[in-house]
Structures are given as structure tokens and as C-alpha cells.
Design a protein. Structure first.
Length: 426
């Protein structure tokens, strides 16, 4: 039997007063929107307002080494309570909110005992949460739901994860009898603008593997992301005075138009694919008659699938270019990130502990793949295998964003169980 000290689940949290929701309501009021146009770290200084508060609160919990560094990352350690040599686990969440929607003056509203009614957000009554449009709400009848007020996003992505990790730390500090190894806490800035790992110091962190708390439905565990490349195609035309260009000019922009028109419409595009299928997606065109560049993003769950798509794209371009022997093109591929599964498959216990933790929390396990990347995909390839756990966040990056108190508490329970499973198994 693999798990000897299976705890009595009911008793473990029966007398615990969860603090995740209370913390969450405070954290979302702090504006931490990241800025995609900025080249500083963090991309917006205001993210540090929350990071500073978190490191203070961690210190107050008794985590002596808690601190925020100059880049706005928060690091802290929960010391081991076990005599065994146990791997060091990290729990990680991001403090910033998405630039898609305002994060200024967020007014969180707690709707107790939700009964399936439409929730009209008071500051903009055209913003209505409806069961018919948010099927996950069906699982929340009787629960307590937190929304914003209609003018901003809520920031459950990822302050739900932040608040849950804080409450998890609080729980472990109050329950020294729970056996677990050393645990690291990491809060990062700039996840939403793709720079969440830019200044992370994994050596200082010193964890063997980790979990980001940045997912949706309770019980979900994401161990797969896209693999991603960027492709920049530069087309060199032939320039001439337009009054005397007959038989000479080759307009690079027109070639670009032909290339775009030749892309398949019923497959290989974001608008025609779902599930495990990848795509070739033009994201930007820029140019003049002489020279034009097209930027593509290429996505696939298999890294070999990426190069197949790149070969296909190159062939398409070569075919178009055949009509214009005097024009030429360059084709540059940049690696963006890789499917974390490539790393996680080499460390199967990381996903296994999370599965067991979710089941012990009394939840149904939902294994999912992300049609995108997470900080976890980058961290995994930087040496910290890191799948993504649910945090309860829903309708993210929008004014209808919400999270339930009960889902948040389940995420806290899940982390406690993961910490215990990891200690038991070693
Ligand atoms: Zn997120």
C-alpha cells in the first residue's frame, strides 16, 4: 500500500477558519496591471504594492526569510516538519492582472448562497453573469461567489492563486503536526505579458519541482501546454519609380497579400481548430513596397508538429515566390516555449502527487491541456517541473470574472494534501 498515513479528511479542516476569501477581497483592490509596452522589470511598478504586502504578511505568519526582491518577486520558505529527506516543493502564483481590462478601483462583491439567479453587476448593469452563458456556475449553487462591480476585471486570475497560497501557508503554520517537507512560496510579476519568469532566480528558490495555482475548474490539473515558435518572414521586392516601373517593380506587400490569402481557411488556423490541433497564425504585417515582413505564431502540442507546420508554411511561400524570380524572402524561426509535458514525463511523481492531492481533497480529477503557454511551461524547461493546479478563476480577463469561496478553499486543501503526499511517498 503506497499511502500509509491517509488522513481523516473531514477532521483536518473541520475547525479551520479559511482566510483565502478574506485575503482575496483585499488583494484585488490593489491595482497590479502589467504593461505589455514596458521594457522595465517589473513592467509596472505598482505590482510591487501587492508583492510588498505579501512579503510583509508572510513575515507576520512567521516565515522569517520572506522578502520581495528588486524585480518584484516574492520568495519565502515554510520549514520542514518531517525527519525524512523530502523533495522541496514550490507553490507559485502571479500578482499581475491582464492588460485586456481595467484593474483600477476593483470593487469585489461577495454574493452569498448563490441560487442560480442572474447576477447583475451594479456599476454597469449591462454586465450580467448568467447560468446560460457560464455553464460552470451550475456547479456553484449554494456557494458564495465573488465578482467585480462591472467596470473592471476582478483579478481572480491570479489573485485567487495568491490568496490560496497565503492561506495554505497560514494553515501549515497553525498546524505544525502536519508532516511535510520544506516548501517554497514564489509570487511573480508580469505573467500576463509573458515575462513572469524573466528575472526569477531558481537557484535561490531551491525547489525540486513546483505547481502554479492559476487554473479554473475545481479538480483540474493541467500538465500539457502548446509548444510554440514564432516565424518572421521578410519579403524583399524590387523597387522602382512608380511612373517608370513597368516590368521592373515587384511589390513586396502584394506578395505578402498572396501568401496570407493562400493560408488554408478550414484548418491550421486558430479560428478553425480546437482540442489537440495546432495552427499557423499571422499576427502582424508591416511593410512598404520594397520590403514587407509577416510575423506568424506556430502552435502544436508536439514539437515535431511545429517543424512540420513550419515546413508547410515555407513551401507555401516558395510556391508564391516562384512567380517572382527577382524577389526573395527570408524565413526565421524563434523558439518561444515548449510543451511542459516533455519535462513532466521525465518526472512522473510531480503530476502523481497532484492527482493524489486532488482526490484526497474529495474532488473529481480533470486532466487538461492548455491551448497556450503558462509560466509553468517556461519554469519546467528552466529546471523546475511545474504543472498548473486549479485556483477556481472563471471568465478571466473580463468584467464578468468570478471565483467561488468554496473553490478557493478546495485549492487550499489540495495544496495541503499534496504537501503531505509528497512527504509520505519519500
Ligand atoms: Zn493567470
Amino acid at each position: 500500500m503506497a499511502y500509509i498515513r491517509r488522513p481523516k479528511i473531514e477532521s483536518m479542516f473541520a475547525n479551520y477558519r479559511f482566510t483565502a476569501a478574506e485575503r482575496f477581497m483585499r488583494y484585488v483592490k490593489i491595482d497590479t496591471q502589467s504593461d505589455p509596452r514596458s521594457n522595465t522589470h517589473p513592467t509596472s511598478e505598482k505590482q510591487k504594492d501587492l508583492s510588498r504586502l505579501l512579503s510583509e504578511e508572510l513575515k507576520q505568519l512567521g516565515l522569517a526569510d520572506a522578502h520581495m526582491d528588486e524585480w518584484g518577486y516574492v520568495y519565502a520558505t515554510i520549514p520542514s516538519t518531517s525527519d525524512k529527506k523530502t523533495p522541496v516543493i514550490c507553490f507559485c502564483a502571479h500578482v499581475d492582472t491582464a492588460p485586456d481590462c481595467s484593474g483600477t478601483n476593483v470593487k469585489p462583491i461577495l454574493h452569498n448562497n448563490y441560487q442560480g439567479q442572474a447576477i447583475v453587476l451594479p456599476d454597469d448593469t449591462s454586465q450580467v453573469l448568467r447560468l446560460s452563458e457560464q455553464p460552470y456556475l451550475r456547479t456553484q449553487i449554494g456557494n458564495d461567489i465573488i465578482t467585480a462591480s462591472g467596470l473592471t476585471l476582478l483579478g481572480a486570475d491570479d489573485k485567487a492563486g495568491v490568496a490560496e497560497i497565503m492561506d495554505f501557508a497560514n494553515y501549515l503554520v497553525q498546524h505544525p503536526e502536519i508532516k511535510h517537507g520544506e516548501i517554497k512560496i514564489l509570487f511573480t510579476p508580469d505573467e500576463e505579458v509573458g515575462k513572469g519568469t524573466a528575472k526569477v532566480d531558481l537557484k535561490k528558490l531551491g525547489a525540486d519541482f513546483g505547481y502554479t495555482l492559476d487554473g479554473g475548474e475545481k479538480g483540474s490539473l493541467e500538465d500539457e501546454t502548446f509548444s510554440a515558435d514564432g516565424v518572421v518572414v521578410t519579403i524583399h521586392g524590387v523597387i522602382a519609380h512608380p511612373g517608370y516601373a513597368k516590368g521592373k517593380m515587384i511589390n513586396a506587400m502584394k506578395i505578402a497579400g498572396e501568401i496570407l490569402a493562400a493560408l488554408p481557411k478550414d484548418r491550421l488556423s486558430p479560428e478553425s481548430t480546437e482540442g489537440k490541433r495546432g495552427f499557423i497564425h499571422p499576427v502582424r504585417v508591416e511593410g512598404i513596397a520594397e520590403k514587407c515582413t509577416i510575423e506568424f505564431i506556430i502552435r502544436d502540442f508536439n514539437t515535431e508538429g511545429l517543424s512540420k507546420k513550419e515546413d508547410y508554411l515555407r513551401t507555401q511561400i516558395e510556391e508564391r515566390m516562384r512567380t517572382y524570380p527577382k524577389a526573395s524572402f527570408e524565413f526565421h524561426v524563434n523558439e518561444q516555449y515548449r510543451n511542459m509535458k516533455e519535462v513532466l514525463d521525465m518526472h512522473p511523481q510531480v503530476v502523481e502527487f497532484a492527482r493524489e492531492g486532488i482526490l484526497r481533497a474529495g474532488l473529481e480529477l480533470k486532466m487538461e491541456s492548455i491551448r497556450g503557454g503558462t509560466d509553468g511551461s517556461r519554469l519546467s524547461f528552466m529546471g523546475l517541473p511545474c504543472p498548473n493546479l486549479f485556483a477556481g478563476e472563471q471568465a478571466i480577463h473580463s468584467k464578468l470574472e468570478y471565483v467561488s469561496v468554496q473553490d478557493m478553499n478546495k485549492a487550499v486543501e489540495t495544496m495541503v494534501h499534496i504537501a503531505m503526499v509528497c512527504e509520505e511517498k519519500n
